[in-house]
Design a protein. Structure first.
Lengths: 121, 108
């Protein structure tokens, strides 16, 4: 059974940093891209970043480019989201999501339960 | 960036009736479109990909159609468990992957 489980959310001050982690299991980790998608309170879904296992390329939404990084540890089937220079508008539930397509970045067939990040003083 | 626009914002449907949700892309995404269902307090769930292919385990009451810039998700014989927000997402031209703003389905 595929499982995706996020951790690391919490309260952080504006300008601060936070690292989210995502534990993945039940599938061949090195075959699938992983993304982070966020949802501000009462709002819609926003794709944040993706890690392409095909060539190790990372992709980012303009809203987080230069502040967020995504990385993986294939020995542990883990995905990480390092968030720096956090802003109030980064407040959201952050979902880790597995891509459906082998070696591609497209859409998501498995999602974690989400972890809440609150940026506030 | 491809902008996805969903309508209506809220759809109110009586149990047993059908409801149609729309999703429009600002430029052609061919058939590279997915639909998700998000129930209150839950993570999104993949319903449809490739504009019309149901994901594993999805009820046949959900059907998708369209191509290019116009897409629809139809929910037939609506049930109370279908109460949710539904999102479309394009994956034809990225980054960024983009979602529509969502349609909330209410049960009359």
């Amino acid at each position: 059974e595929v499982q995706v489980l996020e951790a690391g959310g919490g309260l952080v001050q504006p300008g601060g940093s936070l690292r989210l982690s995502c534990a993945a299991s039940g599938f061949t980790f090195n075959n699938y891209a992983m993304s982070w998608v966020r949802q501000a309170p009462g709002k819609g879904l926003e794709w944040v970043t993706a890690f392409s296992v095909k060539d190790g390329t990372t992709y980012f939404a303009d809203s987080v480019k230069g502040r967020f990084t995504i990385s993986t540890d294939s020995s542990k089937n883990m995905v990480y989201l390092q968030m720096n220079r956090l802003r109030a508008e980064d407040t959201a539930v952050y979902y880790c999501a597995k891509d459906f397509t082998i070696f591609g970045v497209a859409f998501f067939d498995h999602w974690g339960q989400g972890t809440l990040v609150t940026v506030s003083s | 960036e491809i902008v996805m626009t969903q309508s209506p914002d809220t759809l109110s449907v009586s149990p047993g009736e059908s409801g149609t949700l729309s999703c429009r892309a600002s430029q052609s995404v061919k058939r590279n479109l997915a639909w998700y269902q998000q129930k209150p307090g839950q993570a999104p769930r993949l319903l449809i990909y490739g504009a019309s292919t149901r994901a594993t385990g999805v009820s046949a009451r959900f059907s998708g159609s369209g191509s290019g810039t116009e897409f629809t998700l139809t929910i037939s014989s609506l049930q109370s468990e279908d109460l949710a927000v539904y999102y479309c997402q394009q994956y034809n031209d990225w980054p960024p992957l983009t979602f529509g703003g969502g349609t909330k389905v209410e049960i009359k």
